[in-house]
Every structure is written in C-alpha cells, then in structure tokens.
Design a binder for this molecule. Structure first.
Ligand code: DC
Length: 231
C-alpha cells in the first residue's frame, strides 16, 4: 500500500490534479473535503447554524457518511443518499469551512479517512492529511497558487456555469476561506515539515499535473513499480 497526501488551500487545483494523477498511477483518489461538505449540508438541512458548535455537534449522531467509487468517480453518501452534486454549492462550501473548525467534526471523520488509506493505495486530498490524518504518508505534497490565481480559476469556472459573482467577490471569498482554514485551532491548514511545496501559479493543468506526478515518482516510484502500477 502506498499513500500520497495532498494538502493546500481552496482552489489550488488539488482535486482535479489529484484525480488525474491517481488515475494515471493506478491509485484511489479520495477527496476528503466531500466529507466536510456533507456534514455542512446535513447541518443546513436540519435548519441549524453550521457556525455554531452546539448546533453542528448536535447533528453528528444522526449523520452516517460513506465514500464509494463508482465508474472511477468518488461518490459521497449521506445517510444512504448520494449527495455528490448537492455539496458543490457556494452555501455548502461556506458551511463546510465552518463545521471543519470543530474538533468533534474532525474526530468524527478521522478514523474513516485512515481506514480508507489502510485498505487502499491512495492519493488523499484535504487540508490536514499530511499533518494529522496520514502523518506517515509515503509522499506529502503541499499544493498552492496565489490567491489571485485561485480566484481567477474559480471565477472562470463559475462563469462557465452561469453564476454571476464578480471576480472581486470570488477573491474576497477565497481570502476569507483561506483565513478560516488556516487560523482555526483544530488541525489548521499548514504545510507539513516533510511536504514538498508545489506552486502552480502560472502553470496550466497539464503542467501542474506533470509536476505532481513527478514528485510522486521521485519519492515513491520504486514502491509504485513494486505494486505493478501503470506507468
Ligand atoms: O476541499 P474542499 O473545498 O472541498 O473542502 C471543503 C472545506 O472542508 C474546506 O473549507 C476545508 C474543509 N476541509 C478540512 O478542514 N480538512 C480536510 N481534510 C478537507 C476539507
């Protein structure tokens, strides 16, 4: 089994890059943000405030989450319902960032994430994978890009979906989410000491994916070859 941890701020391209590299190297891609998003969605659906610890923690006993891979894509189930699409709204993004600050939420998800890495060779992306969830990961990458570049990418993506937020508004939210994610007391976003920094500012998708793939091959190419992974 090998494990690759990819952490970094929102919009750095972690999920698209990790998904593509996982497929190329024959690893299972795990997007842990989907778990936090599903908890955010569950709290909103209960009519509770995801920014309030009592509200969020009160919802946890009623939440059961499962990640499954169907036709190569990760699907997330909340109490048996596939919510993979419903967790991708701006409202759920903010709720996810809020609930992820609570230690009880992080503890609730910890074993589930570790279990996936015990049973599979994975590329796991999140905020605290290299620091907390998989401190002994074979490869740790901290993937980032400037806030302006990340906001520009998100803005273009949203324009493609017909959403009407201005670039300035998107940039403001990127900065706010960065601040929330890196200043919370519980498992804040930070680069693990033994992580390789990959800055994708100015790189296109193919260049960024090639950079990440090269880091993995440099650090764990031998192990991958041993597992019979595809080149
Ligand atoms: O990666 P994402 O945007 O889907 O993550 C949604 C939120 O969940 C994000 O604001 C930070 C939080 N998160 C976290 O705290 N730890 C993780 N391992 C993954 C996500």
């Amino acid at each position: 089994m090998i494990s690759v941890a990819i952490d970094g701020p929102a919009g750095a391209g972690k999920s698209t890059i990790a998904r593509a590299v996982a497929e190329k190297l024959g690893l299972l891609y795990i997007d842990t943000g989907a778990l936090y998003r599903s908890i955010g969605l569950a709290v909103l659906r209960e009519g509770k405030d995801p920014a309030r610890e009592e509200d969020t923690c009160g919802c946890l006993p009623g939440i059961s989450l499962a990640l499954r891979h169907e036709n190569g894509a990760q699907q997330v189930y909340l109490n048996g319902e596939n919510v993979s699409e419903k967790i991708r709204t701006p409202e759920v993004s903010m709720a996810a960032s809020q609930v992820s600050a609570f230690p009880a939420v992080r503890a609730f998800l910890l074993e589930q994430q570790r279990d996936l890495a015990r049973k599979n060779s994975v590329i796991m992306d999140g905020r605290d994978i290299g620091t907390v969830v998989l401190p002994f990961a074979d490869v740790k990458i901290f993937l980032t890009a400037s806030p302006e570049e990340r906001a520009r990418r998100r803005y273009l993506e949203q324009c493609g979906k017909g959403e009407e937020e201005s670039y300035e508004e998107v940039l403001r939210k990127v900065i706010e989410r960065d601040y929330n994610d890196s200043h919370r007391a519980a498992a804040p976003l930070k680069q693990a000491e033994d992580a390789v920094l990959a800055d994708t500012t100015g790189l296109d998708f193919a260049e960024a994916a090639a950079l990440v793939e090269q880091i993995i091959l440099d650090r764990a190419g031998g192990q991958l070859a041993g597992e019979g992974a595809r080149e």
